[in-house]
Design a binder for this molecule. Sequence first.
Ligand code: F6P
Length: 327
Amino acid sequence: MKIPVNKIAIVTSGGDAPGLNACIRAVVRSSCFYGIKVCGVQRGFEGLIDGDIIDMDASSVSNIIHRGGTILKSSRSLQFKTEEGRAIAFRQLKKAKIDALVLLGGDGSFAGAAKFILENDFPVIGIPKTIDNDLFGTDFAIGYDSAINTAMQVIDKIRDTAESHNRIFFVEVMGRDAGFIALRTGIGVGAEAILVPETTTDFNHLLSVFEKGWSREKSSMIIVVAEGDEEGGAFTIATKVKQKFPQFDTRVCILGHVQRGGSPTCSDRVLASKLGIAAVEALLEGKTGVMVGEVNKEIVYTPFNKAVKHHMNVNENMLRMLEILSA
Ligand code: F6P
């Protein structure tokens, strides 16, 4: 049944990502456009449970499109994982007379939202944001493009110093369960090898890459390692390589949270704006329990349970490209 939507709330949940502010702006401005009241939940689901909700209007989101982070702040809420916590969150929404929620989240947040809807029959529309890009139902999640550009710029700098000293660098990028950051960044920086959780790391193959590079007298090598690689991350892999090739001068660099900060790229700002508008329009059409995404430039709606359970497969063509280019 389609229920009237007079007031909506926005919440940013889970790890932050560049482009969240651009998306908050789009949700607020499109709500104003359609004459709906809009408010912001502070500190993710933790703030919702505490009733930390503020009114917003068109001016609340002035001059934020270019800023990293989230003006609403975020959290990884343990309370929202419990039925009791979700019931309190529902009561807070009712108390604030909110009719629907726009959730900017990743897989953990969407899994929680799916349970919340079943228990409380409350409309929620999701917008994908995660630098890891590991959601099904969108080609790109908000934040991914900015993160890979940040990683690429940093690794280009690492290449300069690696060249000067004839070194091998093991650079660890984010991606707990997925290698999308590693793969795209690795191709972008001309890496010699890319290690991702989706494929089994063939250590002998890795050693043959070094042997080939060594025989060709390469003056630097960059190995991009996704943090979730089953071999155990950049430090572990570097140690193993050093045991086998003590003559190599190796270094490790962990990029870490630098990838989550900074001004969003233009692609992320436009994607965030597009999905923010689409989320408000989806609520007005009576949709709920779905994530709005963009596939082949079209807006698509994917049920939360499907968005989180069907991770995109690793792009085999990227691995083939690496094979050809890294010789
Ligand atoms: O949001 C995804 C992510 O950036 C992962 O790539 C990373 O493993 C994790 O978040 C880090 O989370 P936290 O900021 O809570 O340490």
